[in-house]
Ligand binder design. Structure first.
Ligand code: NI
Length: 203
């Protein structure tokens, strides 16, 4: 394992552990609500409103996805290995869900808005699954949504290509309920079967 990848994996584990602590009450509440069919009354600690631009160039907000479960993944299209793997897992899970996949809004939010234009995102997400929606925005809009979801990213100069850069970033898949409240999260180690099993539980 290359040092960079090891660092990302480590960052992911730390972020996952932190998130587990932050969201424990939310998870318990979510589980209780799922069991009873009640609506979530508490305030989610992860997530929040956002205003972004989708890969067709349309302005969207979180409210546009109400009524569907949001599966949210942050990354960037130049990502050499982690993002493609995560998107492949999401794509395969959507395919396995069949008709029920329509109840899920799979959102890929870029952490690299300077390079990830709507057109670039359209080409990228489309290469994984036509259901996946790519979202970009201004630097401020992206910083705001990343903060709301407690996503970390850091530019790293690309040693092989001067002037170029990669991003070290959190690799977590969030599941939000039809009201936009946090349900649970998955790490990059989650496999397709685990993701499908969790989605089938709520759909
Ligand atoms: Ni990535």
């Amino acid at each position: 394992m290359r040092p960079r990848l090891l660092a990302i994996v480590f960052a992911g584990l730390v972020a996952g552990a932190l998130l587990a602590l932050l969201t424990l009450p939310g998870l318990r509440e979510g589980a209780a609500n799922l069991a009873s069919g009640r609506q979530t009354a508490g305030k989610a600690l992860v997530g929040g409103p956002f205003r972004l631009t989708d890969h067709t160039g349309k302005a969207v907000t979180d409210a546009d996805y109400r009524g569907r479960y949001m599966l949210i993944y942050f990354g960037y299209t130049f990502c050499p290995d982690v993002c493609p793997a995560g998107l492949q897992v999401i794509s395969a899970a959507l395919d396995q869900l069949g008709d029920k996949a329509g109840r899920v809004a799979p959102l890929f939010i870029t952490l690299d808005p300077a390079r990830d234009t709507p057109a670039k995102l359209a080409e990228y997400v489309g290469s994984f699954n036509p259901r996946i929606v790519g979202l970009t925005g201004s630097a401020e809009e992206i910083a705001e949504v990343a903060k709301a979801f407690r996503v970390y990213s850091k530019k790293v100069a690309d040693a092989k290509s001067p002037g170029d850069y990669t991003l070290d970033h959190t690799s977590i898949i969030y599941l939000m309920d039809p009201k936009g409240e946090f349900v649970t999260h998955f790490t990059h180690l989650t496999n397709v079967d685990q993701l499908v099993a969790q989605l089938r539980k709520v759909l």
